[in-house]
Design a protein around this ligand. Structure first.
Ligand code: PLP
Length: 396
């Protein structure tokens, strides 16, 4: 077993060596600009881009012409939300989202709000799932767009996209989902889900960083977007700029691998995750799982350990890469908006860890992490007067 162990796959994933191998020729031998129409260098690049576009579309049940390449989920979210809102301005001014979205969505809708759009942020249940009825209740005649993430990046909870798709199609409201944590991890079909816009990044599914895509519906009701980057008119004018050909090839390869391996990999990850949970549960008392365990990404676990500080835990586990379960970002000691949204008390938010299991983790690593976590929690609790008060308060 090699140390340190990486178990933080919600932050990013290693690029699969098979993806790297597919990309390499497009840095050197086939370095052409996909927009060069007059020679074979350009043609080779364009052919590779179109083949990758088909691989991405196949994973999502989309058509190739519905895929727009971007620099990642952040940009895809911006294009979907800003582009969708501005293009629909004459139809209405109201947007609906949830309280547990990624900052890339929340900060984008906040900016739209400053520009004059109205925004409703629908709360989630304590299990981290939004109720379809609450989204329905938030809709107004002027609602133009609803954005609900597919899977949460902290607590891994899966949102009821298919039911939302039925509702929003009925109401003729644009439906966007930030699926950065879900694409390649769980089955997602844009037709089954009824989504109009879907964002994701390659680096969350064992592809390279700095490349991603936005699915934009063209079948049935065609979605209108205003571009946020102007220039050479690439990607049907929706996203100008010379295409990142190696990145796009890598994204395509990553999607093809995820699609081929998903059924087996989902079960393998779920088993590893359940082993991790059972192992820690057997060794540590007074811990809890944050977010629904059932409606959850296969590789996600978010745990709170009463009476210990997450940072202290992380320091004692320096050969295991996990994240604080509820930290906004490293520069910010405040508990995250997600932990507040699910009503997690501040002390439990501060005592939480997020485990992100992925393709390259195995049983041996999981068993090592179980022992490491259990030892760290026990040692910290033994030193902590806080935990004594905690458990006596629980008993009282
Ligand atoms: C990682 C992530 C993003 C941002 O992806 P980038 O690659 O940094 O642009 C957006 N939304 C969610 C849910 C994510 O997990």
């Amino acid at each position: 077993m090699k140390l340190p162990i990486y178990m933080d796959c919600h932050a990013t994933t290693p690029t699969d060596p098979r993806v790297v191998a597919a990309m390499l020729p497009f840095f050197t031998e086939h370095f052409g600009n996909a927009a060069s129409r007059t020679h074979s260098f350009g043609w080779a690049a364009e052919a590779a881009v179109e083949s990758a576009r088909a691989q991405v579309a196949a994973l999502l049940g989309a058509e190739a012409r519905e895929i727009v390449f971007t620099s990642g989920a952040t940009e895809s979210n911006a294009l979907a939300l800003r582009g969708g809102a501005h293009a629909a301005r004459e139809r209405g001014d109201h947007l609906v989202t949830t309280t547990i979205e990624h900052k890339a969505v929340l900060d984008t809708v906040a900016r739209l709000e400053r520009e004059g759009f109205r925004v409703t942020r629908v709360p989630v249940r304590t299990d981290g799932i939004v109720e379809v009825e609450r989204i329905a209740a938030a809709l107004e005649p002027g609602t133009i767009l609803v954005s609900v993430m597919a899977a949460n990046n902290e607590i891994g909870t899966l949102q009821p996209l298919a039911a939302l798709g039925v509702l929003l199609r009925e109401r003729d409201v644009l439906f966007h989902t930030d699926a950065a944590q879900a694409v390649g991890k769980i089955p997602l079909d844009v037709e089954v889900l009824g989504v109009d816009l879907l964002s994701f990044s390659a680096h969350k599914l064992y592809g390279p960083k700095g490349i991603g895509a936005l699915y934009v519906r063209r079948r049935g009701s065609r979605v209108r977007l205003e571009p946020i980057v102007d220039g050479g008119g690439q990607e049907r004018g929706l996203r100008s700029g010379t295409l990142n050909v190696p990145g796009i090839v890598g994204l395509g390869a990553a999607c093809a691998l995820a699609q081929a391996e998903m059924p087996v990999e989902m079960q393998r990850l779920r088993d590893l995750r359940d082993r991790l949970l059972a192992g820690i549960q057997a060794r540590v008392e007074a811990m809890q799982v944050n977010g629904s365990l059932r409606e959850r990404l296969p590789g996600n676990l978010n745990l709170s350990f009463a009476g210990v500080q997450g940072e202290g835990l992380l320091m004692m586990m320096n050969d295991v890469a996990v994240s604080p379960g509820a930290a906004c970002d490293s520069a910010n000691a405040e508990p995250s908006h997600v932990s507040r949204a699910i009503g997690l008390p501040e002390d439990l938010a501060r005592s939480s860890l997020r485990f992100g299991l992925g393709r390259f983790n195995d049983v041996e690593e999981v068993d090592y992490v179980i022992e490491k976590v259990a030892t760290a929690v026990r040692r910290l609790r033994a030193e902590s007067p806080l935990f004594a008060t905690e458990s006596s308060r629980e008993k009282a």
